[in-house]
Design a protein around this ligand. Structure first.
Ligand SMILES: Nc1nc2c(ncn2[C@@H]2O[C@H](COP(=O)(O)OP(=O)(O)OP(=O)(O)O)[C@@H](O)[C@H]2O)c(=O)[nH]1
Length: 339
């Protein structure tokens, strides 16, 4: 089973790309499966993920990162997907995952004969990709991870170009090229791109015709040692392992009572009050005045509300933050929803 790994910082457009890839895969008459990893305790992205009305094989790994705390579960989830006999599996990582870790996990003994890494795709938010160094400078591990996402990708997608002026795009591309000079770099709005560079060759995947590939090592000395027998990186020697992806990120799940009269504006103000500590927020909120559920997205410091007719249960938000005081955030939320 060929695997395509989707990486990229929180909110850059991975799920948006995943939806396009799923549609394209189905159009080709291929059967996709999905492994979604979310940092938060509750799923948001996987809800309503049924492109072209199809229910797809999907496994979710919540509440942690498949590259570290949930790593042991990766093999089990992939094996469950294999039982569905898909032609391809898409693995959407959390925004703070180092794709190298997943590549290593795929080369472990129990998976190596069954799952082959086909492509690593990294999606970048054009509006913020150059700011991460200064914005996240308290977490050097995280900054390193974001560099590795770029350095090790086979394909780089500079997404959200609608939010950036043309001359700045050229500057961003130059900076990206310093980190990865050779991989295909494409501009995109809402992750619309020619998908052939990602999906090309998958037709031949049935019967394991797509060969294993070696992950781009990039320029970092962290992962270099290749297991020549298997043409993959060795996951056995500790000194060759990539550094952990991040250190000071944590998530909070917040509940909104059914009878709450909190307005979208108040929620936006609450999110804004978290400043640079808040990296990402998403969830579902019923707005009583409209008697409708909306999906809230806070990504790259922008908030959007989309009607979510496919979701009709409790209101909740998942927040991902860096270096924050979880208790303060939770208390501020409780105060907001109780007034
Ligand atoms: N303006 C603009 N918004 C975009 C674009 N691509 C995606 N978005 C929006 O950005 C938000 C985050 O997109 P997702 O696809 O969920 O991002 P993600 O990388 O999967 O997010 P996480 O998995 O939470 O890290 C959503 O509100 C998208 O609609 C784009 O090109 N331009």
């Amino acid at each position: 089973m060929p695997a395509i790994v989707l990486s990229g910082f929180l909110g850059s457009g991975k799920t948006t790309l995943l939806l396009r890839l799923l549609e394209a895969t189905l159009h080709k008459g291929l059967k996709p499966a999905i492994l979604m990893n979310e940092l938060g305790k509750r799923d948001v992205d996987g809800i309503g993920l049924n492109p072209m009305g199809k229910d797809l094989g999907i496994q979710k790994l919540l509440d942690g990162c498949v590259c570290c705390s949930r790593k042991q579960e990766l093999a089990g989830k992939l094996k469950e997907l294999l039982l569905l006999k898909p032609d391809i599996v898409f693995i959407e990582l959390t925004g703070v995952a180092n794709p190298e870790e997943v590549a290593l996990a795929l080369s472990e003994a129990e998976l190596i004969a069954k799952v082959k890494l086909h492509k690593v795709v990294t999606v970048m938010d054009a509006e913020h990709v150059l700011e991460y160094n200064s914005w996240l400078d308290t977490d050097r591990q995280l900054v390193r991870t974001l560099r590795r996402q770029i350095e090790t990708a086979d394909l780089l997608i500079l997404n959200k170009v609608d939010l950036v002026k043309a001359d700045k795009l050229v500057k961003i591309e130059k900076e990206i090229r310093k980190q990865n000079a050779s991989s295909l770099l494409m501009r995109a709005e809402h992750s619309v791109i020619d998908l052939e560079p990602i999906l090309g060759g998958i037709e031949a995947a049935q019967g394991a015709a797509v060969g294993s590939r070696v992950m781009r090592p990039g320029r970092s000395p962290l992962v270099k040692k290749k297991d020549s027998a298997n043409d993959t990186y060795s996951a056995t020697t500790p000194e060759t392992r990539p550094a952990p992806s991040f250190s000071r990120i944590s998530t909070i799940s917040l509940q909104l009572p059914a009878d709450s009269s909190v307005t979208p504006k108040e929620i936006e103000k609450f999110l804004g009050a978290q400043g640079n500590n808040l990296l990402r927020a998403k969830g579902f909120v019923r707005i009583p005045r409209k008697n409708k559920v909306y999906q809230l997205q806070f990504a790259g410091k922008r908030v959007t509300w989309e009607p979510a007719a496919y979701y009709d249960a409790d209101s909740y938000l998942v927040l991902i933050g860096l270096d924050w005081n979880e208790q303060n955030v939770t208390e501020a939320w409780e105060q907001l929803v109780s007034t």
